[in-house]
Design a protein around this ligand. Structure first.
Ligand code: SF4
Ligand code: SF4
Length: 399
């Protein structure tokens, strides 16, 4: 086999936490100890040798790279300290940038050096929106007590549409739309590359309902149950951090959807529905419980990561920490804004709420390029794994 190593790719991996990859001597202990690796398709030994050889194209189209749950079992048992879990993390980080769109934004989100710009973009957007909205004032205690943050962007209507909601929807939906389009492009490219590498032609394609019921839905069930995380041997408390975090995001998604429905749709016909939720509103309670679960989950993951770095099992990378910081910022500012509303302190409340909007926009906008992208890429790889093992994959390969 004539291997053309991609030296810049190797350099990237070394700088992104995979600096130990050259220590691997191919003993395959990692593939044996990995709880997610199968006898038929073992990993991560082959990924280690591909990384040493700089075989970028193989790696970014390798479902096993995305199936890895970064449990660290392989790193614990590696006799050479080659840290395969970190190398796989570095490959995923590269892949998210590679598949990301627009390329400039994707590249920006890879380095701590760009943090001022990464924070500056949403700060400017939210601030300019605040200027355009004409709100530009801190409310009195009486107004704040009654309306909370619902007049952050002012209180006149944009035609028949409540202006405050209009601006939040404009900022967040635009960010989410960019992220969704970027993920759609990235995932379709990944699927095509994985199929090509596995020798699966597009002749035998499942219909959309078949794809959802046979491959996507079972993968989602596995993710929600955390079945694969529970197989981790050395870092068993990863579930303790990851599960509440995931449930918190699901709960916050439900609350946000309800809030949009209440304010943006029902509120158009029944204006009395527009406004902040009462503290004892079931959705408000759900949001507050979710915020606490989110902070608890991120605390566990934060301490796990710190301990792992102190023990020398993982490297301190921007890729890992950026997501932890982002989620912590969303949780702290969200809960902080809520507490300041209860305490009726408008000035500080508005500042913290501003920071909360910035943190949420960052989470949405940079989702496809940061570690957060694993929710989409891992799900896709899990669906592909089931697809590859099904009659669709086998027929195509044999055919
Ligand atoms: S990464 Fe470690 S355990 Fe895996 S093959 Fe290389 S030396 Fe062996
Ligand atoms: S980190 Fe865990 S899941 Fe990933 S390759 Fe290593 S043992 Fe397997």
């Amino acid at each position: 086999m004539n291997v053309q190593p991609d030296l810049s790719f190797i350099k990237y991996l070394k700088g992104a936490g995979g600096d130990t990859l050259k220590q691997c001597y191919q003993c395959a202990t990692c593939s044996v100890t990995c709880p997610l690796s199968s006898d038929e398709k073992p990993f991560p030994r082959k990924e280690m040798i591909w990384s040493q050889w700089g075989m970028k194209d193989n790696l970014i189209a390798d479902p096993d790279v995305f199936l890895c749950h970064q449990c660290g079992d392989c790193t614990t048992y590696c006799p050479r300290g080659a840290k395969p879990s970190e190398v796989l993390g570095a490959i995923r980080s590269y892949a998210y940038t590679f598949y990301g769109w627009p390329a400039g934004l994707a590249k920006l989100a890879t380095s701590a050096k760009n943090l001022p710009i990464l924070i500056g973009i949403p700060v400017i957007v939210v601030f300019v929106m605040w200027l355009i909205s004409g709100a530009m004032h801190i409310p009195s205690k009486e107004v704040f007590a009654e309306h909370g943050y619902h007049e952050f962007f002012g209180h006149w209507g944009f035609k028949w549409y409540a202006k405050n909601i209009f601006f939040i929807v404009l900022i967040m939906l635009t960010s989410a739309a960019i992220a969704c389009f970027s993920l759609y492009r990235g995932l379709t490219k990944l699927w095509a590359s994985m199929s090509e590498n596995a020798g699966i032609s597009s002749t035998y394609r499942p219909s959309a309902p078949q794809f959802i019921s046979r491959f996507l839905w079972p993968s989602l069930v596995e993710i929600v149950k955390h079945s694969r995380f529970r197989e981790c041997g050395t870092n068993t408390n990863r579930v303790t951090g990851h599960l509440p975090l995931m449930l918190a995001f699901i709960a916050l998604f439900i609350v946000t959807t309800w809030s949009l429905l209440k304010n943006d749709i029902i509120g158009l016909f029944a204006p009395s529905w527009i406004g902040p939720m009462h503290i004892w509103d079931p959705f408000k309670i759900l949001a507050n419980v979710a915020a606490i679960a989110l902070l608890f989950g991120i605390y566990v993951l934060w301490t796990n990561r710190t301990k792992s770095e102190q023990a020398g099992d993982s490297s301190k990378t921007f890729y890992d920490w950026f997501l932890i910081w982002e989620i912590a910022a969303v949780g702290i500012t969200g809960l902080g804004a809520e507490i300041l509303r209860w305490l009726n302190i408008p000035t500080l409340g508005y500042i913290v709420y501003f920071c909360h909007l910035v943190a949420v926009m960052m989470l949405f906008l940079y989702l496809p390029y940061t570690k957060f992208a694993h929710i989409a890429y891992r799900t896709t790889a899990m669906a592909f794994e089931k697809f590859r093992e099904s009659a669709f994959g086998k027929t195509a390969v044999e055919g």
